[in-house]
Design a protein around this ligand. Structure first.
Ligand code: EPU
Length: 366
């Protein structure tokens, strides 16, 4: 394992901005992970785990600790309906592999950038599927017990764009592989309007691979097919972190407030059912109605010309430029609709090191 100092992070993220990592290591195996953790212990460094960089907003000052670029790879192992996938596998490559086997369950998640190891963290989802439906177990290093452990789907605490990995136990686990359970008799899920429209003239039911290609086409039309930062491709509308805000999940009474603010009937507000009688509202629609349209510009930051929910780096944006636009949007939405939107991209910030609260010296038990 090789540790580099002052490594640029901007080129490793799809937003292409932010400062360097003080220390940076590529992690290819679980034992390299243990070595890197020993280094962080020895130097009292906070750590941040970087995957595909597609959901990251790096501060201009960079990261003052050790960034672990988790690229653990290797073959996908199939055990009947179970698929063990190393964390560093490209998410879309795994989706394609499964679809080519004619197996359904993750086809609607085609074209999502990033790596398999990051998929449970924010419970990635699109077009009616999310990974909480197919994850069987997650293997991770537990920074509290200093040992590798396996969490079941229930233990992961999944909900919309959330799991224990990004909420109650943030910073505790480092995911090294994910096991998916895929039912070979399942058929593609076509609940979303965009997909149904795509196949409206089809004479035979689409295969998982047909849906894989359809989803990629739809995402591409919305500018949501982000190139891998490592490819060096740089298309202005694509310098984004995908959806910048989560779709707010609100109580039915919030609808009345929005309808009143816009002087429209509640029935004109697009919405989706959410658990416990709550309602999920499209953040893109709310932005649009608050005056933040596609191609909106604020200095070097802007909104994609193809999807209102994607904030973009127009070329030379800094963290400060993006957050100025973000804060302007958040404030306007709050003033107009009394609604607080939540940011989806993660900001790497030093957090308290869990090891410091526990007796040292247990590191390395596998
Ligand atoms: N809409 C607009 N303007 C736009 C785009 C959308 O008003 O420019 C409104 C429309 O009412 C539309 C609704 O928003 O019907 C939903 O739009 P879309 O289907 O594009 O989905 P989304 O809510 O914007 C979510 C996920 C995406 C995922 C798509 C497809 C979140 C935060 N985003 O976006 O995930 O691909 O659904 O299911 O949940 C991501 O998280 O990075 C991401 C791309």
């Amino acid at each position: 394992m090789h540790i580099v100092q002052e490594a640029p992070l901007a080129t490793r993220t799809t937003l292409h901005l932010g400062g360097p990592a003080r220390f940076f290591a590529e992690i290819r195996t679980e034992s390299e992970l243990l070595e890197a953790l020993a280094f962080s212990d020895a130097h009292q460094l906070p750590i941040f785990v970087l995957g595909g960089g597609s959901n990251l907003l790096v501060p201009d000052e960079g990261y003052p600790g050790l960034v672990l670029h988790l690229v653990i790879d290797g073959p996908i192992k199939r055990r009947g309906d179970l698929f063990d996938v190393p964390a560093g596998t490209h998410w879309d490559a795994f989706v394609r592999y499964v679809c080519e086997l004619g197996i359904s369950g993750i086809e609607c998640l085609a074209g999502i950038p990033g790596l398999v190891g990051a998929s449970p963290i924010q419970n990635i989802g699109a077009y009616g599927e999310d990974v909480s439906q197919t994850i069987h177990t997650v293997r991770a290093y537990d920074r509290h017990t200093f040992a590798f452990t396996t969490l079941t789907r229930d233990q992961c605490g999944f909900s919309y764009r959330e799991s224990l990995f990004n909420s109650s136990q943030r910073n505790r686990y480092i995911i090294t592989s994910v096991t998916f359970s895929l039912d070979p008799t399942a058929t593609p899920n076509l609940t979303y309007a965009d997909l149904r429209r795509h196949f409206s003239a089809a004479t035979a039911p689409p295969t998982p691979l047909d849906v894989y290609h359809a989803v990629r086409e739809i995402r591409d039309a919305k500018g949501m097919l982000l190139p891998d930062p490592a490819s060096g491709q740089s298309i202005p509308d694509h310098r984004s972190a995908g959806s910048f805000f989560k779709n707010p999940v609100v109580s039915p009474s919030a609808l009345a407030t929005i309808a009143e603010a816009l002087a429209i009937p509640e029935s004109d507000i697009p919405r989706y059912p959410a658990p416990d009688g709550q309602i999920k509202l499209p953040a893109a629609w709310l932005l649009d109605r608050a005056g933040f349209h596609k191609s909106y510009i604020l200095g070097e930051a802007g909104i994609s010309s193809r999807h209102t929910l994607a904030l973009i780096n127009r070329g030379h944006a800094t963290y400060a430029d993006i957050t100025r636009l973000r804060d302007h949007i958040l404030q306007t939405i709050q003033d107009r609709f009394h609604l607080v939107l939540e940011q989806e991209p993660v900001e790497p910030r030093p957090e308290p090191r869990p090891e410091l609260t526990t007796q040292a010296g247990h590191r390395g038990r596998a």
